[in-house]
Design a protein around this ligand. Structure first.
Ligand SMILES: *[C@@H]1O[C@H](CO)[C@@H](O)[C@H](O)[C@H]1NC(C)=O
Length: 357
Protein backbone atom coordinates (compact mmCIF):
# COMPACT_ATOMS: atom_id res chain seq x y z
CA UNK A 1 0.00 0.00 0.00
CA UNK A 2 2.89 2.28 0.79
CA UNK A 3 4.12 1.79 -2.80
CA UNK A 4 0.85 3.22 -4.13
CA UNK A 5 1.25 6.50 -2.26
CA UNK A 6 2.95 8.25 -5.19
CA UNK A 7 0.14 7.22 -7.57
CA UNK A 8 -2.54 8.41 -5.21
CA UNK A 9 -0.72 11.68 -4.64
CA UNK A 10 -0.58 12.19 -8.42
CA UNK A 11 -4.28 11.43 -8.91
CA UNK A 12 -5.31 13.81 -6.13
CA UNK A 13 -3.00 16.49 -7.45
CA UNK A 14 -4.51 16.18 -10.95
CA UNK A 15 -8.04 16.35 -9.58
CA UNK A 16 -7.15 19.62 -7.89
CA UNK A 17 -5.34 21.08 -10.92
CA UNK A 18 -7.99 20.11 -13.46
CA UNK A 19 -11.39 20.29 -11.82
CA UNK A 20 -14.02 18.73 -14.08
CA UNK A 21 -17.69 19.48 -14.21
CA UNK A 22 -18.34 16.45 -12.04
CA UNK A 23 -15.95 17.49 -9.31
CA UNK A 24 -15.51 21.22 -9.36
CA UNK A 25 -13.79 21.28 -6.03
CA UNK A 26 -12.28 18.39 -4.17
CA UNK A 27 -13.72 18.55 -0.65
CA UNK A 28 -12.26 15.47 0.98
CA UNK A 29 -11.08 11.92 0.53
CA UNK A 30 -12.93 8.74 1.48
CA UNK A 31 -10.60 5.89 2.40
CA UNK A 32 -11.23 2.21 2.81
CA UNK A 33 -10.97 1.08 6.45
CA UNK A 34 -7.68 -0.72 5.79
CA UNK A 35 -6.09 2.24 3.98
CA UNK A 36 -5.58 4.79 6.76
CA UNK A 37 -1.97 5.13 5.58
CA UNK A 38 -3.28 7.49 2.84
CA UNK A 39 -4.45 10.00 5.43
CA UNK A 40 -0.94 11.37 4.92
CA UNK A 41 -1.72 12.16 1.27
CA UNK A 42 -4.94 13.93 2.22
CA UNK A 43 -3.01 15.94 4.80
CA UNK A 44 -0.47 17.08 2.20
CA UNK A 45 -3.32 18.71 0.26
CA UNK A 46 -5.08 19.98 3.37
CA UNK A 47 -8.06 17.77 2.66
CA UNK A 48 -10.13 16.07 5.35
CA UNK A 49 -10.19 12.25 5.35
CA UNK A 50 -13.23 10.09 5.89
CA UNK A 51 -13.33 6.33 6.28
CA UNK A 52 -15.71 3.82 4.77
CA UNK A 53 -15.98 1.05 7.36
CA UNK A 54 -17.36 -2.10 5.71
CA UNK A 55 -18.31 -3.91 8.92
CA UNK A 56 -20.72 -2.78 11.64
CA UNK A 57 -20.67 -0.28 14.51
CA UNK A 58 -20.03 -2.98 17.14
CA UNK A 59 -16.87 -4.01 15.27
CA UNK A 60 -15.76 -0.42 14.97
CA UNK A 61 -16.30 0.12 18.70
CA UNK A 62 -14.41 -3.06 19.54
CA UNK A 63 -11.48 -2.01 17.33
CA UNK A 64 -11.30 1.37 19.12
CA UNK A 65 -11.36 -0.45 22.44
CA UNK A 66 -8.51 -2.79 21.44
CA UNK A 67 -6.47 0.13 20.08
CA UNK A 68 -6.74 1.86 23.45
CA UNK A 69 -5.86 -1.33 25.36
CA UNK A 70 -2.80 -1.85 23.19
CA UNK A 71 -1.45 1.69 22.74
CA UNK A 72 -2.74 3.57 25.80
CA UNK A 73 -2.66 0.84 28.42
CA UNK A 74 0.22 -1.05 26.81
CA UNK A 75 -1.60 -4.33 27.14
CA UNK A 76 -0.27 -7.47 25.49
CA UNK A 77 -3.31 -8.71 23.57
CA UNK A 78 -1.75 -12.16 23.07
CA UNK A 79 -2.93 -12.85 26.65
CA UNK A 80 -6.46 -13.03 25.28
CA UNK A 81 -5.73 -15.93 22.98
CA UNK A 82 -7.84 -18.92 24.16
CA UNK A 83 -8.60 -17.00 27.36
CA UNK A 84 -11.89 -17.31 29.28
CA UNK A 85 -11.75 -13.65 30.22
CA UNK A 86 -14.60 -11.30 29.41
CA UNK A 87 -14.10 -7.69 28.35
CA UNK A 88 -16.20 -4.66 29.13
CA UNK A 89 -16.43 -2.99 25.74
CA UNK A 90 -18.36 0.32 25.79
CA UNK A 91 -20.33 -0.31 22.57
CA UNK A 92 -21.70 -3.66 23.84
CA UNK A 93 -24.40 -3.80 26.51
CA UNK A 94 -23.05 -7.15 27.79
CA UNK A 95 -19.49 -8.42 28.47
CA UNK A 96 -17.63 -9.65 25.38
CA UNK A 97 -15.79 -13.00 25.72
CA UNK A 98 -12.12 -12.80 24.66
CA UNK A 99 -12.76 -15.88 22.52
CA UNK A 100 -14.76 -13.86 19.98
CA UNK A 101 -11.97 -11.33 19.34
CA UNK A 102 -10.74 -11.47 15.73
CA UNK A 103 -7.77 -13.88 15.73
CA UNK A 104 -5.54 -11.39 13.93
CA UNK A 105 -5.45 -9.12 17.01
CA UNK A 106 -4.30 -11.80 19.46
CA UNK A 107 -1.90 -13.92 17.41
CA UNK A 108 1.90 -14.05 17.69
CA UNK A 109 4.05 -12.00 15.37
CA UNK A 110 3.76 -8.53 13.83
CA UNK A 111 0.15 -8.74 12.53
CA UNK A 112 -1.69 -7.45 15.62
CA UNK A 113 0.31 -4.24 15.68
CA UNK A 114 -0.01 -3.78 11.92
CA UNK A 115 -3.80 -4.05 12.07
CA UNK A 116 -4.21 -2.11 15.31
CA UNK A 117 -1.78 0.55 14.03
CA UNK A 118 -4.01 0.95 10.97
CA UNK A 119 -7.14 1.37 13.10
CA UNK A 120 -5.38 3.72 15.53
CA UNK A 121 -5.22 6.24 12.69
CA UNK A 122 -9.02 6.31 12.37
CA UNK A 123 -8.77 8.94 15.11
CA UNK A 124 -7.10 11.32 12.63
CA UNK A 125 -10.10 11.34 10.30
CA UNK A 126 -13.08 13.66 10.24
CA UNK A 127 -15.69 10.96 10.12
CA UNK A 128 -16.33 7.24 9.76
CA UNK A 129 -19.12 6.04 7.49
CA UNK A 130 -20.26 2.66 8.74
CA UNK A 131 -22.16 0.08 6.69
CA UNK A 132 -24.96 -0.19 9.20
CA UNK A 133 -28.21 1.53 10.16
CA UNK A 134 -29.33 3.06 13.42
CA UNK A 135 -32.17 0.66 14.22
CA UNK A 136 -29.87 -2.37 13.96
CA UNK A 137 -27.07 -1.13 16.21
CA UNK A 138 -28.55 1.81 18.11
CA UNK A 139 -26.73 0.95 21.36
CA UNK A 140 -23.31 0.83 19.68
CA UNK A 141 -23.96 3.91 17.56
CA UNK A 142 -25.10 5.96 20.58
CA UNK A 143 -22.03 4.79 22.47
CA UNK A 144 -19.72 5.87 19.63
CA UNK A 145 -21.49 9.23 19.24
CA UNK A 146 -21.30 9.94 22.96
CA UNK A 147 -17.49 9.74 23.06
CA UNK A 148 -16.10 12.93 21.56
CA UNK A 149 -12.59 11.48 21.29
CA UNK A 150 -13.76 9.46 18.28
CA UNK A 151 -14.44 10.92 14.84
CA UNK A 152 -18.13 11.31 14.10
CA UNK A 153 -19.89 8.11 13.07
CA UNK A 154 -22.28 8.11 10.09
CA UNK A 155 -24.48 4.99 9.79
CA UNK A 156 -24.87 5.09 5.99
CA UNK A 157 -26.05 1.52 5.41
CA UNK A 158 -27.22 -1.00 4.73
CA UNK A 159 -25.19 -0.76 1.53
CA UNK A 160 -25.97 -3.94 -0.36
CA UNK A 161 -25.47 -5.15 -3.86
CA UNK A 162 -28.98 -6.31 -4.61
CA UNK A 163 -28.49 -6.54 -8.33
CA UNK A 164 -25.82 -9.18 -8.57
CA UNK A 165 -27.10 -10.16 -11.97
CA UNK A 166 -25.00 -12.61 -13.94
CA UNK A 167 -24.60 -12.06 -17.64
CA UNK A 168 -27.15 -14.06 -19.65
CA UNK A 169 -26.07 -17.50 -20.83
CA UNK A 170 -23.02 -17.65 -18.57
CA UNK A 171 -22.45 -20.74 -16.42
CA UNK A 172 -23.46 -18.81 -13.35
CA UNK A 173 -26.66 -17.56 -14.95
CA UNK A 174 -27.55 -21.13 -15.89
CA UNK A 175 -26.84 -22.28 -12.33
CA UNK A 176 -28.87 -19.37 -10.92
CA UNK A 177 -31.86 -20.21 -13.15
CA UNK A 178 -31.75 -23.85 -12.10
CA UNK A 179 -31.65 -22.87 -8.42
CA UNK A 180 -34.57 -20.48 -8.86
CA UNK A 181 -36.62 -23.15 -10.62
CA UNK A 182 -35.97 -25.56 -7.76
CA UNK A 183 -36.87 -22.97 -5.11
CA UNK A 184 -40.06 -22.09 -7.02
CA UNK A 185 -41.28 -25.64 -6.32
CA UNK A 186 -40.70 -25.48 -2.55
CA UNK A 187 -43.27 -24.28 0.00
CA UNK A 188 -42.89 -20.85 1.56
CA UNK A 189 -40.29 -20.50 4.37
CA UNK A 190 -39.49 -24.22 4.17
CA UNK A 191 -35.89 -24.25 2.93
CA UNK A 192 -32.76 -23.77 5.03
CA UNK A 193 -29.97 -22.22 2.98
CA UNK A 194 -26.36 -23.02 3.87
CA UNK A 195 -23.66 -20.74 2.50
CA UNK A 196 -20.29 -19.79 3.97
CA UNK A 197 -18.99 -16.84 2.00
CA UNK A 198 -16.17 -16.06 -0.39
CA UNK A 199 -13.63 -18.01 1.66
CA UNK A 200 -15.94 -20.66 3.10
CA UNK A 201 -15.09 -24.33 2.87
CA UNK A 202 -14.70 -27.29 5.26
CA UNK A 203 -12.62 -30.40 5.47
CA UNK A 204 -14.28 -33.70 4.70
CA UNK A 205 -15.05 -34.76 8.29
CA UNK A 206 -16.94 -31.51 8.90
CA UNK A 207 -18.83 -31.78 5.61
CA UNK A 208 -20.06 -35.23 6.66
CA UNK A 209 -21.29 -33.93 10.05
CA UNK A 210 -23.24 -31.16 8.32
CA UNK A 211 -24.73 -33.69 5.90
CA UNK A 212 -25.83 -36.00 8.72
CA UNK A 213 -27.36 -33.05 10.57
CA UNK A 214 -29.32 -31.96 7.52
CA UNK A 215 -30.61 -35.42 6.79
CA UNK A 216 -31.69 -36.01 10.41
CA UNK A 217 -33.37 -32.62 10.65
CA UNK A 218 -35.68 -33.60 7.80
CA UNK A 219 -35.64 -29.98 6.61
CA UNK A 220 -35.63 -28.95 3.01
CA UNK A 221 -32.23 -27.50 2.23
CA UNK A 222 -30.13 -25.70 -0.36
CA UNK A 223 -26.43 -26.17 0.42
CA UNK A 224 -23.59 -24.28 -1.23
CA UNK A 225 -20.76 -26.76 -0.76
CA UNK A 226 -17.25 -25.89 -1.88
CA UNK A 227 -13.90 -27.54 -1.48
CA UNK A 228 -10.85 -26.07 0.32
CA UNK A 229 -8.64 -24.47 -2.30
CA UNK A 230 -5.50 -26.16 -1.00
CA UNK A 231 -2.89 -25.68 1.70
CA UNK A 232 -1.39 -22.29 2.43
CA UNK A 233 -2.87 -19.01 3.64
CA UNK A 234 -6.06 -17.50 2.21
CA UNK A 235 -6.81 -20.06 -0.50
CA UNK A 236 -10.12 -19.47 -2.28
CA UNK A 237 -12.48 -22.46 -2.28
CA UNK A 238 -13.03 -24.36 -5.51
CA UNK A 239 -15.94 -26.44 -6.84
CA UNK A 240 -16.11 -30.21 -6.35
CA UNK A 241 -16.05 -32.25 -9.55
CA UNK A 242 -18.47 -34.63 -7.92
CA UNK A 243 -20.18 -34.08 -4.54
CA UNK A 244 -20.15 -37.84 -3.91
CA UNK A 245 -16.42 -37.64 -3.23
CA UNK A 246 -17.14 -35.87 0.06
CA UNK A 247 -20.77 -36.57 1.08
CA UNK A 248 -21.84 -39.67 3.06
CA UNK A 249 -22.68 -42.64 0.84
CA UNK A 250 -26.19 -42.47 -0.58
CA UNK A 251 -26.81 -38.96 0.80
CA UNK A 252 -27.75 -37.44 -2.55
CA UNK A 253 -30.23 -40.24 -3.32
CA UNK A 254 -31.84 -40.18 0.11
CA UNK A 255 -32.31 -36.41 0.10
CA UNK A 256 -33.46 -36.13 -3.50
CA UNK A 257 -36.56 -33.98 -3.67
CA UNK A 258 -36.07 -32.27 -0.32
CA UNK A 259 -32.52 -31.04 -0.73
CA UNK A 260 -30.21 -29.60 -3.33
CA UNK A 261 -26.42 -29.39 -3.14
CA UNK A 262 -24.83 -26.70 -5.29
CA UNK A 263 -21.44 -25.05 -5.76
CA UNK A 264 -21.36 -21.28 -6.03
CA UNK A 265 -24.64 -19.68 -4.88
CA UNK A 266 -26.39 -16.51 -6.10
CA UNK A 267 -26.86 -15.56 -2.44
CA UNK A 268 -28.98 -12.43 -2.86
CA UNK A 269 -31.37 -14.19 -5.26
CA UNK A 270 -31.68 -17.13 -2.87
CA UNK A 271 -32.25 -15.03 0.27
CA UNK A 272 -34.88 -12.96 -1.53
CA UNK A 273 -36.86 -16.08 -2.50
CA UNK A 274 -39.98 -16.71 -0.43
CA UNK A 275 -39.21 -20.44 -0.14
CA UNK A 276 -36.15 -19.72 2.03
CA UNK A 277 -36.87 -19.63 5.76
CA UNK A 278 -33.45 -19.89 7.41
CA UNK A 279 -29.80 -19.23 6.70
CA UNK A 280 -26.82 -21.14 8.08
CA UNK A 281 -24.14 -18.48 7.67
CA UNK A 282 -20.52 -17.69 8.44
CA UNK A 283 -21.79 -14.26 9.59
CA UNK A 284 -19.70 -12.12 7.27
CA UNK A 285 -21.07 -8.59 7.57
CA UNK A 286 -22.46 -8.53 4.01
CA UNK A 287 -24.31 -11.78 4.66
CA UNK A 288 -25.55 -10.49 8.01
CA UNK A 289 -26.99 -7.35 6.40
CA UNK A 290 -28.52 -9.38 3.56
CA UNK A 291 -30.20 -11.70 6.05
CA UNK A 292 -31.67 -8.70 7.89
CA UNK A 293 -32.75 -7.04 4.63
CA UNK A 294 -34.64 -10.12 3.44
CA UNK A 295 -35.87 -11.15 6.91
CA UNK A 296 -34.22 -14.57 6.85
CA UNK A 297 -32.92 -15.53 10.34
CA UNK A 298 -29.40 -16.88 10.76
CA UNK A 299 -27.88 -19.88 12.51
CA UNK A 300 -24.28 -18.82 13.17
CA UNK A 301 -21.24 -20.79 12.00
CA UNK A 302 -18.41 -18.20 11.98
CA UNK A 303 -15.09 -19.05 10.34
CA UNK A 304 -12.58 -16.17 10.42
CA UNK A 305 -11.99 -12.38 10.57
CA UNK A 306 -14.58 -10.57 12.75
CA UNK A 307 -17.23 -13.25 12.13
CA UNK A 308 -17.10 -14.63 15.70
CA UNK A 309 -17.78 -11.12 16.96
CA UNK A 310 -20.68 -10.73 14.51
CA UNK A 311 -22.08 -14.10 15.65
CA UNK A 312 -21.83 -13.03 19.30
CA UNK A 313 -23.53 -9.74 18.48
CA UNK A 314 -26.39 -11.47 16.61
CA UNK A 315 -26.99 -14.23 19.15
CA UNK A 316 -26.22 -12.59 22.51
CA UNK A 317 -26.22 -8.80 22.12
CA UNK A 318 -29.20 -8.55 19.76
CA UNK A 319 -30.93 -11.90 20.40
CA UNK A 320 -31.85 -12.31 16.75
CA UNK A 321 -29.99 -15.47 15.67
CA UNK A 322 -29.57 -19.11 16.70
CA UNK A 323 -26.08 -20.34 17.56
CA UNK A 324 -24.56 -23.37 15.95
CA UNK A 325 -21.30 -21.97 17.27
CA UNK A 326 -20.19 -18.48 18.29
CA UNK A 327 -16.47 -18.90 18.87
CA UNK A 328 -15.67 -21.58 16.30
CA UNK A 329 -12.55 -20.59 14.33
CA UNK A 330 -11.35 -21.99 11.04
CA UNK A 331 -7.57 -21.87 10.75
CA UNK A 332 -7.10 -19.98 7.50
CA UNK A 333 -3.48 -21.04 7.14
CA UNK A 334 -4.69 -24.60 6.75
CA UNK A 335 -2.02 -25.77 9.19
CA UNK A 336 -3.79 -27.26 12.16
CA UNK A 337 -6.93 -29.32 11.61
CA UNK A 338 -10.05 -27.46 12.68
CA UNK A 339 -12.19 -28.54 15.57
CA UNK A 340 -15.16 -30.55 14.33
CA UNK A 341 -18.70 -29.42 15.17
CA UNK A 342 -20.81 -32.54 15.63
CA UNK A 343 -24.01 -33.38 13.73
CA UNK A 344 -26.23 -33.28 16.88
CA UNK A 345 -25.29 -29.69 17.61
CA UNK A 346 -25.89 -28.59 14.02
CA UNK A 347 -29.16 -30.50 13.75
CA UNK A 348 -30.53 -28.99 16.98
CA UNK A 349 -29.71 -25.46 15.83
CA UNK A 350 -31.30 -26.04 12.42
CA UNK A 351 -34.47 -27.30 14.13
CA UNK A 352 -34.60 -24.21 16.37
CA UNK A 353 -33.94 -21.97 13.37
CA UNK A 354 -36.69 -23.48 11.25
CA UNK A 355 -39.28 -23.93 14.01
CA UNK A 356 -42.72 -22.51 13.22
CA UNK A 357 -42.64 -19.78 15.85
C1 LIG B 1 -19.63 -6.95 0.23
O1 LIG B 1 -20.55 -6.36 -0.67
C2 LIG B 1 -20.00 -5.35 -1.51
C3 LIG B 1 -21.13 -4.84 -2.38
O2 LIG B 1 -22.09 -4.17 -1.65
C4 LIG B 1 -18.87 -5.93 -2.36
O3 LIG B 1 -18.30 -4.91 -3.11
C5 LIG B 1 -17.82 -6.56 -1.45
O4 LIG B 1 -16.83 -7.20 -2.22
C6 LIG B 1 -18.46 -7.59 -0.53
N1 LIG B 1 -17.46 -8.08 0.41
C7 LIG B 1 -17.12 -9.35 0.49
C8 LIG B 1 -16.09 -9.69 1.52
O5 LIG B 1 -17.61 -10.21 -0.22
Amino acid sequence: MKNQTTHIREIVSNLIKQPSEANSQLAGIVLDMFCTIYIEVANEFNLPSYIFFTSGACSLGLFYYLVSLRFEQNKDLKEYKNSDEELTVPCFSIPVPAKVLPAVFVEEGPMPDIFLGNFKRLAETKGVMVNTFYELESYAIESLLSDSSYPKVYPVGPILNLEDKESGGSDRQIAADEIKNWLDEQPENSVVFLCFGTMGSFEETQVKEIAIALERSGQRFLWSLRKPGGKGPMQFPIDYDNFEEVLPEGFLDRTKGIGKVIGWAPQVAVLSHSAVGGFVSHCGWNSTLESVWFGVPIATFPLYAEQQLNAFQLVKELGMAEAIRIDYVRDMNGEKPSEIVGAEEIEAAIRRLMAEE
